[in-house]
Design a protein around this ligand. Sequence first.
Ligand code: ZN
Length: 286
Amino acid sequence: MDELIRGLSSDGFVKISAVNTRNLTEKARNIHMMLPVVTAAIGRTMAVTSIIGNSMKENGSSITVRINGGGPVGTIMVVSDNFGNVRSYVQNPAVDLPLREDGKLNVGAAVGNDGTLTVIRDFGFGEPYTTTTQLVSGEIAEDFAQFFVESEQVPTACALGVLVDRDQSVLAAGGYVVQLLPGAPEELAIAVEENVHKSGSVTSMLSVGTLEEMVYRVMDGFNVKIVEKNSIEYKCYCSRQRVLDAVVGIGKAEINKILDEDKKIEVKCRFCDKVYTFTKNDFVEN
Ligand SMILES: [Zn+2]
């Protein structure tokens, strides 16, 4: 089961959110038939988007992350509800690149760094709130650390990881975001940085231990208390009615044209691959 937990230091100055996203990343891999470097890019993006989504407390609110770095992967889109359940879409799931010299998947080259990271917060009412920042490396974690600093003016450490097995299935995936709250003494930032450095990679921690253990390790010395814990999953909100509404939006003339030629209109959800089929009867006016 995938999980999201939030913790707070006893002095109230440091907060951490962490996710274990192995199952939902594996599900995304199966839906989109992604090759390893794409699984890593999407997996990292889903982990951090889940964390940001969960931080939105209004019911019915959601967050959409769009990354376009000019690399072969093309556009990446991840949406999270306000619990941290995510769904994803990637333009080119079958990108294959040589490993980096250090043996790691070359996510930066696949995503590219000539482009933008856009975060759209939709509160379920009023206008959505959009923030766009320039990509730093296309490695995702650095790009989001920059986003947090620019958009929220909050010192942030962000670590994300996806470990792919030889058969391309997901062995481990997850991440964490540590943020200093207003008034935090400067030495805390240094202590957090040291902790992040010495605790090792997300996937090495999640391969051998629990999500909670990862949180305690990253927050070593901060006397952290777990304040929230909930399960998360890959979740799409598409429905026949919502898809039909979208189809109606293309206009009567276009709909009739397709129905005349094919007798039906087939629409595939880009997030979950579910296929919806509509025939003439679906468009009868009443
Ligand atoms: Zn769907």
